[in-house]
Write a protein that binds this ligand. Structure first.
Ligand code: SAM
Length: 273
């Protein structure tokens, strides 16, 4: 089996100078990478879908834990380095060159998979919303372990009443469990970004009955789109929403951020399909 060179040497050998446009901030600390790869639990013979493997640090850690990895990378400069990783791990890594926003992960992984990614920040939120709003639930992804800017991570796991509680919190929590698995200091990245980061772990659970995803999306969008306004104002545009508040006994002068996740579920159920 060929030995893999240290990540710093890979970056130098393949000329992987970090591209700002591609959101490239690489992780080279193997201990930290292994801690991230440990977040989803036992990966022996599991399939992992990785977005943006870059020089392959996180990819190596996932493969070392026994996973089969399907990775999508947009930067073709990384492909030769990733091929070396694939060879080293007996072909358990498949790399797809492309834009993750255009890839159907269920199709390329061929079934249930854990998602793990140190995402480019600009792409991260868009992908997360897509995964959280899938119609089929539980979805095909078994868990998602994702690096975000700390501020975004805090919004995902925020509890009602806090300033960070918003649309992303409800979407992430109404039929999933979301937690911060670890905080990552900016100095861990090469080059270091301006802000701190955190790894979020999201595990889907069964959805509450009789609630349609698109309705909850519509309600949260309206409610948090005007988060300083009272619900009677912000939910006016959503058919049957004000009647739902009344029949549930929710005071329409409250603001969205004071409602519990279960209140949003109840409102969506009351509105109906
Ligand atoms: N996973 C590596 C690590 O931890 O060191 C790299 C992380 S870096 C923050 C983000 C990676 O995502 C880069 O390799 C970048 O080229 C890639 N990338 C950026 N936009 C992408 C997209 N739309 N689809 C797939 N990969 C993308």
């Amino acid at each position: 089996m060929t030995e893999l060179p240290p990540l710093r040497d890979v970056i130098a050998a393949h000329g992987l100078s970090a591209s700002k446009a591609l959101g490239q901030n690489f992780l080279l600390d193997t201990q930290l990478l292994d801690r991230i790869a440990a977040v989803p639990g036992d990966l022996t013979d599991e399939t992992v879908y990785e977005v943006g493997p870059g020089p392959g640090g996180l990819t190596r850690a996932l493969l070392a834990r026994g996973a089969n990895v399907v990775a999508v990378e947009r930067d073709r400069r990384c492909l030769a380095a990733l091929q070396q990783v694939s060879d080293h791990f007996d072909g358990r890594l498949t790399v797809i060159e492309g834009d993750a926003l255009r890839v159907d992960e269920a199709q390329v992984t061929g079934g249930a998979a854990h998602i793990v990614a140190n995402l480019p920040y600009n792409v991260g939120s868009a992908l997360l919303v897509r995964w959280l709003t899938e119609e089929r639930w539980p979805p095909r992804w078994k868990s998602a372990t994702l690096m975000f800017q700390k501020e975004v991570a805090e919004r995902i796991v925020a509890k009602p009443g806090s300033a960070a509680f918003g649309r992303l919190s409800v979407l992430a929590q109404w039929r999933s469990d979301a937690s911060i698995a670890l905080n990552v200091h900016r100095s861990a990245f090469v080059p270091p970004p301006k802000v701190m980061s955190a790894v979020v772990h999201i595990v889907p659970r069964s959805a509450p009955p009789d609630v349609k995803g698109p309705v909850i999306e519509q309600v949260t969008q309206a409610a948090f789109g005007q988060r300083r306004k009272m619900l009677r104002q912000s939910l006016k545009s959503v058919p049957r929403a004000l009647d739902a508040l009344e029949s549930l006994g929710i005071d329409p002068t409250r603001r969205a951020e004071t409602l519990a996740v279960d209140d949003f579920v109840a409102i969506a159920r009351e509105i109906g399909p």
